[in-house]
Design a protein around this ligand. Structure first.
Ligand code: 5GP
Ligand code: ZN
Length: 112
């Protein structure tokens, strides 16, 4: 499949790994929008949050179990934001479900 995040999971595209387990892979965003900007992705290809269903939602639960550890390891002791852009109106640019973990400074209140 021609998906850059599947290629990152496979190692075909290099990335700066932050965390990995059997279910998910986390890596630093190539174009960080905050001092810490990590992307967490399921190893299973799901196009977006709109593709989450009863058959695949367990991987999302496991991602959210991993996020506190990923955030702690990244030094995010004062909070962080989790974002998942879904579809065109949200400007999702990579069509493989991902959760942005952002922090390391006070983030703007306005979410758009
Ligand atoms: P989206 O706009 O879909 O919510 O977020 C996609 C994110 O993936 C963007 O923040 C972008 O900087 C990041 N990104 C795109 N291609 C690559 C890549 O090849 N490597 C890494 N590390 N991040 C990428
Ligand atoms: Zn993919």
């Amino acid at each position: 499949m021609d998906c850059i995040f599947c290629k990152i999971i496979n190692g075909d595209i290099p990335s700066r790994k932050a965390y990995e387990d059997e279910n998910c892979y986390a890596f630093h965003d190539i174009n960080p929008q905050s001092p810490v900007h990590i992307l967490v992705i399921p190893k299973e290809h799901i196009a977006s949050a709109d593709g989450i269903c009863a058959e695949n939602s367990a991987c999302v639960a496991k991602i959210f179990e991993a996020i506190p550890k990923i955030a702690r390891d990244a030094g995010l002791t004062n909070g962080y934001r989790i974002i998942s852009n879904c579809g065109d109106d949200a400007c999702q640019s990579v069509k493989h479900l991902h959760f942005h973990i952002m922090g390391g400074r006070k983030l703007p209140e306005n979410m758009g």
